[in-house]
Design a protein around this ligand. Structure first.
Ligand code: IPD
Length: 276
């Protein structure tokens, strides 16, 4: 059952990825971006392309799996943020994860399709159409019972055992200026001073895919939505990594925080953060 949906999601991601790449290339050097861009908050952008891709995804999924529930970032399927968490199958979609990058012409953006079955993250596809050179995009796919792949290459997490030898990644909330916001600056500084390297590439879904691929040894972020992380969680688990949280008792899917790692350095990183 999940396999059928995963195969469908891969095909759909390829199709939507081709359209997204076309839109990206058309606007990349044209500087037409601001005209077609709106703000959801002080920093958070949304474009007509986000809605176009989301409509394509939602329409195709509804046609094929009419009884499945859908949660999609721009609210095409259901009011923004409202999910039918009791459904047997729940699709969690981000039409462009990394909209800021997309708007600014940075190639690190992706389409994220997560499949939750009976409340558990079962499978995911993260399609990065502007990466991958001659391969024509990088399509990351898999899940806990499927393994994880980039196009046809099987993935596994890195074998790094210490944060000092690690390259880690993170991100910063759009709401960082709000009163009392957790800016992530302290964690960022602690990791920066301990790890080999630190990256902030602007697509949480891809950051998680890179943990699955062993490119990053760990990734953490707060203030994330389920559409940013659902598919990526499936990939990390499929590649043998671990998914944790920054605060005990929270859900990495629903509670806006995740700490993903190769399973070897996660506890050291968490201890570093807990000591702050
Ligand atoms: C954002 C990206 C970014 C992360 C933000 C997300 P969006 O998703 O994943 O890396 O730092 O927290 O909201 O808004 O581009 O879909």
């Amino acid at each position: 059952m999940t396999q059928r949906r995963l195969d469908f999601a891969r095909e759909l991601a390829r199709q939507a990825g081709a359209l997204l790449l076309e839109r990206f290339e058309a606007r990349r050097f044209a500087k037409a971006s601001s005209a077609a861009t709106e703000f959801k908050g002080r920093r958070e952008l949304v474009t007509a392309v986000d809605r176009e891709i989301e409509t394509l995804l939602v329409t195709a999924i509804r046609e094929r799996f009419e009884h499945d529930a859908i949660l999609a970032e721009e609210g095409v399927a259901s009011p923004r943020g409202v999910a039918d968490r009791a459904a047997e199958f729940l699709w969690i979609l981000d039409p462009i994860d990394g909209t800021t990058n997309f708007v600014h012409g940075h190639p690190s953006f992706s389409i994220s399709i997560g499949i939750v079955r009976s409340g558990e993250v079962a499978a995911g596809v993260v399609m990065a159409p502007a990466l991958g050179g001659r391969a024509g995009g990088e399509c990351y796919w898999g899940g806990p019972l499927f393994g994880a792949y980039c196009n046809d290459h099987k993935l596994s997490v890195s074998t790094t055992t210490a944060v000092r030898d690690a390259v880690v990644a993170t991100g910063f909330s759009y709401g960082r200026n709000e009163m009392g916001a957790d800016t992530n600056v302290e964690r960022f500084t602690a990791a920066l001073m301990e790890a080999r390297g630190i990256r902030r590439c602007g697509s949480a879904a891809l950051d998680l895919a890179f943990v699955a691929a062993g490119i990053y040894d760990a990734y953490w972020e707060k203030d994330l939505a389920p559409y940013d992380v659902a598919a990526g969680i499936a990939l990390v688990l499929g590649a043998g990594g671990s998914i944790d949280v920054l605060e005990t008792g929270k859900s990495p899917l629903w509670d806006r925080q995740v700490l993903a790692s190769n399973g070897r350095i996660g506890s050291e990183l968490r201890a570093l953060f807990d000591a702050l």
